[in-house]
Write a protein that binds this ligand. Structure first.
Ligand SMILES: CC(C)(C)[C@H](NC(=O)Nc1cc(F)cc(F)c1)C(=O)N(CC(=O)NO)CC1CCCC1
Ligand SMILES: [Zn+2]
Length: 187
């Protein structure tokens, strides 16, 4: 079972490497890895298990964060409405690829953090508001989906990890809260 000790932190060169595509058909090993990544996200969002295991509440995870330089990500975005247990997005994605994106940009009003970064880095992380994404799912089926707002931000953050990009690479050094006209701030 994955816990925080398995997650590498900034300074580890794997976080700056470009990860390799996974071979198809998916190997049992890659399928098992995806399941473990999703299990980590579930555990990290369960107050009892997160407390027991000392987990930070995670909404996404990329294989390079486990020192495995493969193009695999897991995302599990809970529904904002705590009454509704249905996540708005829950998937293990193999070889995810952004096919197209909106002209409209967006950022989280709170900025971003990262499971691999043990410090606050303030500032707006400007990303695409909407993306069209292809990936192979855990059953080996090719999927093509459209995402927007928070779900799109999470997936872009995770795909960045597959390309050796950290969220703070996107922050304006001169003025971390500088915003061009028209960027949507997502609260
Ligand atoms: C770094 C951390 C603060 C733990 C961040 N969580 C988060 O932003 N809030 C959160 C936590 C939940 F459990 C459920 C929920 F809907 C929201 C996160 O998981 N990531 C994932 C990551 O580090 N992947 O590599 C960072 C987010 C910043 C923007 C998108 C992902
Ligand atoms: Zn991250």
């Amino acid at each position: 079972m994955i816990t925080m000790k398995d997650i590498i932190r900034e300074g580890n060169p794997t976080l700056r490497a470009v990860a390799k595509e996974v071979a198809l058909p998916l190997s049992d090993e890659d399928i098992k890895l995806g399941e473990e990544m999703m299990e980590f996200l579930h555990n990290s969002q369960d107050p009892v298990k997160a407390e027991e295991l000392g987990l930070r509440g995670g909404v996404g995870l990329a294989a390079p964060q486990l020192d495995i330089s493969k193009r695999i990500i897991a995302v599990h975005v809970p529904n904002g409405d705590l009454e509704n247990p249905e996540p708005t997005l829950s998937a293990v994605m193999y070889n995810p690829k952004i096919l197209s994106h909106s002209v409209q940009d967006a950022c989280l009003g709170e900025g971003e953090g990262c499971l691999s970064v043990d410090r606050e880095v303030p500032g707006y992380v400007v990303r695409h508001n909407k993306i069209t994404l292809s990936y192979v799912d855990a059953s080996g089926v090719k999927q093509k989906i459209r995402l927007k707002n928070y779900e799109a931000i999470v997936v872009q953050h995770e795909i960045d990890h597959l390309n050796g990009v950290m969220f703070y690479d996107h922050i304006n050094q001169e003025n971390p809260y500088a915003l061009k006209d028209g960027v949507l701030v997502i609260e």
